[in-house]
Design a protein around this ligand. Structure first.
Ligand code: GLY
Length: 370
């Protein structure tokens, strides 16, 4: 069995992220391929918060000022996208601004970051379809699509209600969560990626496979978003239906893990032979499972906490780049979009972020941004 010493891993992470600060510089990383070099993605892309977020969590855990300095101006850089037209932003402003403006405000009590976070929350609330009761995903002609990933963006709305006292943000968040719970979480604890509604009447039309294998499959990262997103929605509302949903999805996720505790990119493929893993799904689920472990009665904790530590131990031993100092990524073995044949077996900045976040939680980090 794996042996984990959380403090040692945190120390290794501090050294690794210090090197990444030099290697990544001002870039907005998304994917690193076999050469180990992180790319530089546009700031409006959904992943732009994860590198600054990694820096803020590492700063919060270690007090290392280099991390704070490198994270400092990312909220202002991303704010430019909020005022651009067309901005390129979408439902994922939660990921982007929670990990830049909101976390900076929480740590430094910075007033301008507070304003940027609220601007982003207003943008997200403005995407709500009141007839269908969902937050619209993406842009273009798909006016009636909602996706499982967006469960994670709800934390921006819960934050906005908490800091302003205005309940409308959290009302939108819970209405969206109810819609996803009704149409997106199956009896067996699996979820599909995309839900399609008529944007005029709000009528549910169909499930769509999206980044998963099929409309009735179980895309592993989508299921990880659901584990974590419903656990968060429970933490923010106290409504037990959301915790039960998170547990249901978690049970399927844990049951479907292969021997090394890191899922294939979809739990339902004809044969796993030759199919890639997704280390990012593993890292997201681990951090979400730790949230469930914190929410359930003490006699239930072990299932979720053990599953999280098994996943993290495997990521640490089998997927991390400790012995490749020139590699910019922390984890290899991520899969971005298998059906589109994009970004397979790569490092993904969100996999790195959730690995850092989960290790921070195991080292006693108590701040919650999602
Ligand atoms: N939120 C997009 C993805 O998980 O790939």
């Amino acid at each position: 069995m794996y042996k984990l010493n959380q403090q040692e891993i945190l120390k290794m992470l501090e050294e690794k992220v210090e090197r990444m600060v030099e290697q990544i510089g001002d870039k907005s990383p998304h994917v690193a391929r076999a050469d180990g070099v992180y790319d530089d993605m546009r700031h409006s892309w959904w992943t732009s918060g994860f590198w600054p977020g990694s820096l803020w969590v590492m700063h919060d855990m270690t007090g290392n000022e280099k991390f704070k300095d490198a994270a400092m101006d990312w909220d202002e850089k991303l704010q430019v996208c909020l005022s651009e037209h067309p901005s390129g932003l979408d439902h994922d402003v939660g990921f982007q601004f929670l990990l830049t403006a909101v976390i900076k405000h929480e740590i430094l009590e910075n007033e301008s970051s507070f304003g940027i976070g609220l601007q982003a929350a207003n943008y997200l609330a403005g995407r709500f379809n009141p007839v269908g009761k969902f937050i619209r995903a993406w842009n273009g002609d798909k006016l009636g699509w909602a996706i499982i990933d967006c469960m994670m963006n709800l934390s921006l709305l819960f934050w906005a209600s908490r800091v302003t006292g205005d309940p409308r943000y959290k009302q939108i968040a819970t209405l969206h969560a109810d819609t996803v719970l009704k149409y997106g979480v199956r009896e067996d604890g699996t979820t599909c990626h995309i839900l399609s509604f008529d944007p005029e009447t709000g009528e549910f039309i169909e499930s769509i496979g999206g980044q998963g294998n099929a409309p009735d499959s179980a895309w592993s990262r989508g299921n990880a978003w659901a584990v974590y997103g419903f656990a968060n929605t429970y933490r923010h509302t106290g409504d037990i239906r959301y915790l039960n949903a998170a547990k249901r999805v978690a049970h399927h996720f844990i049951a479907g893990l292969p021997e090394d505790h890191v899922p294939y990119w979809d739990f339902r493929v004809n044969s796993v032979k030759g199919e890639p893993r997704d280390s990012s799904a593993a890292a997201i689920a681990a951090s979400g499972l730790l949230e469930i472990a914190d929410s359930v009665p003490s006699n239930e904790k072990r299932l979720y906490a053990d599953a999280a530590t098994n996943i993290l131990a495997s990521l640490t031993e089998n997927y991390a780049t400790w012995d490749q100092p020139e590699h910019h990524g922390i984890l290899v073995g991520g899969t971005g979009h298998k059906p589109a044949n994009e970004n397979i077996n790569v490092s993904l900045i969100y996999g790195d972020y959730y690995y850092i976040e989960a290790i921070a939680k195991l080292n006693g980090w108590e701040r919650r941004i999602f």
